[in-house]
Design a protein around this ligand. Structure first.
Ligand code: ITT
Length: 188
């Protein structure tokens, strides 16, 4: 089975293909004119917008992932603006660490809203995966991407960027959401 992955983020593609490696599913990228306007107000809305945009140019099974980091002391920011919080991944990390300077409450969570559309364009399944943790004072680790070096997993001494690929995929927001999608597809 082929599913179009409604994303331009190569890290997501890599993680999703690794998580789904034992399933008989090939995730393929959308055509290059895939360029949705993510103007929703929630992860779920943006996930649907991306899925629909990819469906409109393919009319195939489509999976979208809208994800980000929500920090309690910043009232949920960067949230749906995680990819746009500053110009580069390192500047985004620096901005978060600056904004949390002197802050004792550092709890945070990664969220990943997945939307699966069937070839007729209807929502076949959707699920939001959540991974709880907190923000460290100084970044650690080089694996993963995005905010992984500053995200300390709950009940762990490691940041997400200090985990192996398999370890991250087993407990991440993306891993949790995709497992539900794969369970749904197994019933088809
Ligand atoms: P697409 O819209 O093309 O899928 P994007 O990177 O713009 O790619 P999002 O709008 O969903 O995707 O924003 C996700 C951002 O949230 C991502 O760029 C990272 O900054 C952050 N993020 C999401 N998942 C993450 C993870 O597993 N580890 C670290 N940061 C993550």
């Amino acid at each position: 089975m082929e599913i179009v992955l409604a994303t331009s983020n190569e890290h997501k593609v890599k993680e999703i293909n690794a998580i789904a490696q034992n399933y008989n599913i090939k995730f393929i990228l959308p055509p290059s004119d895939f360029d949705p306007l993510e103007n929703g107000t929630t992860f779920e809305e943006n996930s649907y917008i991306k899925a629909k945009a990819a469906w409109e140019i393919t009319h195939k099974w489509v999976l979208a992932d809208d994800s980000g980091l929500c920090i309690d002391a910043l009232n949920g920011a960067p949230g749906i603006y995680s990819a746009r919080y500053a110009e580069t991944p390192q500047k985004r990390i620096d901005r978060v660490l600056d904004e949390l300077q002197g802050e004792e409450t550092r709890t945070a969570r990664f969220k990943c809203a997945m939307t699966l559309l069937s070839p007729n364009g209807d929502v076949a399944f959707s699920h939001t995966g959540i991974c709880e943790g907190s923000i460290v004072e100084a970044q650690r680790g080089t694996n993963g991407f995005g905010y992984d070096p500053i995200f300390l997993l709950q009940n762990s001494t490691k940041t997400m960027a200090e985990l192996s690929e398999d370890e991250k995929n087993n407990l991440s927001h993306r891993g949790k959401a995709l497992k539900k999608v794969l369970e749904y597809l197994a019933t088809k």
